[in-house]
Design a protein around this ligand. Structure first.
Ligand code: AMP
Length: 414
């Protein structure tokens, strides 16, 4: 019987998953999907590696609400029925948004580790509790499995201190009010892939634009993060589907003085701003591009404008640019947005090949052109699965090594 790794990404209303088969030294993707509409109208969807539907069912609860534990139980049951005859799950890898300063690599989850991650909930209240609910659900139902945490903040811990600060009193920095950075698992995926695709260029000064519903950019030197646009929360940087992007904190003070409540401001900044707020049409780039509403065009214009500003500042930090990489739903799929961004960067020597841009994978600038421009699909789940397998193997080696006591926490290097 072959071994399998399950990757979980637990959000406020969904539990996303991927299943990989351990094949020799590597991993084969088998299925991915999600339980969406948790609590309200739960629905289970799964697809195979070719995108063919394996399941598409409404979940009817007989015993009350369907939260993370029930969603994981449904997934475990489905996976057993579907793959149980030939596969045995050995570990679950979890996407965890915040690892603070302590968790800078993938980590074997114990009760002690979970306790430390819970202490980070106050600085990431909208994401961390749901991620940890996914961990608890998996640990309770399958205490026999190795559980591994992979962190979105971890990739950015190579940033210099100067790029970690806000202009606030030093004690606040020490208390965790700092520019953490997120989307780290996506940037790690791009960094790994780019090293394989174009090692000489990846060793240089690279800006990666992760443009999706959430959007951020990362400046990398030799594949490591030196600065990024998201900072303390997932709000900073370019505008996003429904998030505002960089905002003068004076606006918050103004709203508070106008009598706005914290929850109303949170709703405004996370769910009613960005492309949706400006356009009043949609948060979805495809719908904006198809719309004839003038505000839809203004929202796209603002999105591109802020991306160009961010790229300019990251290029200044890097002292030049060897490559620009697009990823994320918009970055991977919208030739028009890539063209618009690159057009405004022609002063840097950026020049893309229009037919390569229309095809939209791999290098989209001509071979001789510098800086190079690439489109690379991100695969955060594969990064988590790879790390999980590494941690499992290293833990098993420690268990079997003579005269060795197994350690509680194993960190795999990136
Ligand atoms: P993500 O959050 O990475 O899944 O990205 C979601 C965003 O990608 C949405 O705004 C989609 O409209 C956008 N997107 C996906 N496919 C396309 C496409 N072909 N053209 C433009 N935008 C796209």
């Amino acid at each position: 019987m072959n071994e399998a790794i399950v990757v979980l990404n637990a959000g406020s209303s969904s539990l996303k998953f991927s299943i990989y088969e351990v094949a020799g030294l590597g991993l084969l993707p088998l299925a991915r999907g999600q339980v969406e509409g948790l609590v309200t109208s739960p629905h289970f969807k799964a697809k195979d590696q070719n995108g063919q539907s394996l399941a598409d069912d409404s979940l009817v609860s007989t015993g009350g609400r369907i939260g993370h534990p029930e969603a994981f139980a449904h997934l475990a049951d489905w996976a057993l029925k579907h793959f149980g005859e030939r596969l045995r799950t050995i570990a679950v890898g979890h996407r965890i948004v915040h690892g603070g300063t302590e968790f800078i690599g993938p980590t074997l989850i114990t009760e002690k580790v979970l306790g430390k991650l819970e202490q980070l909930v106050p600085i990431m209240p909208l994401h961390q509790p749901h991620n940890l609910a996914g961990v608890r659900a998996a640990m309770q139902l399958r205490p026999d499995l190795t559980q591994v945490a992979c962190f979105d903040t971890a990739f950015h811990r190579t940033k210099p201190k100067v790029a970690e600060r806000f202009g606030l009193p030093d004690e606040m920095f020490r208390e965790g009010v700092r520019r953490w950075g997120f989307h780290g698992l996506s940037y790690e995926s791009i960094s790994n892939q780019f090293r394989t695709l174009a090692p000489e260029i990846a060793a240089g000064r690279v800006v990666v634009a992760h443009l999706g519903n959430g959007a951020s950019l990362c400046a990398m030197k030799d594949g490591q993060s030196v600065d990024t646009t998201m900072s303390f929360s997932a709000l900073d940087g370019p505008p996003m589907g429904t998030r505002c992007g960089t905002l003068d904190p004076g606006v918050i003070l103004f709203l508070l003085r106008q009598g706005w409540k914290v929850e109303q401001i949170e709703e405004l900044l996370y769910r009613k701003s960005g492309l949706l707020g400006i356009s009043q049409v949609s948060s979805d780039m495809r719908e904006l591009q198809a719309s004839r509403e003038p505000l839809a065009a203004e929202a796209i214009e603002f999105f591109v404008y802020r991306i160009i500003r961010e790229i300019g500042s990251l290029v200044a930090v890097l002292g030049g640019l060897d490559a620009l990489v697009f990823t994320g739903g918009i970055g991977e799929n919208s030739p028009a947005i890539r063209e618009e961004v690159c057009y405004h960067l022609s002063w840097l020597g950026v020049n893309i090949d229009s037919s390569a841009n229309a095809r939209g994978t791999g290098r989209i600038s001509s071979k001789s052109q510098a800086p190079a421009v690439w489109v690379i699909p991100t695969d955060e789940e594969k990064v988590i699965a790879d790390h999980t397998l590494t941690v499992v193997r290293s833990f098993n080696e420690q268990l079997t090594a003579p005269n060795q006591v197994p350690v509680a926490s194993v960190s795999a290097s990136r």
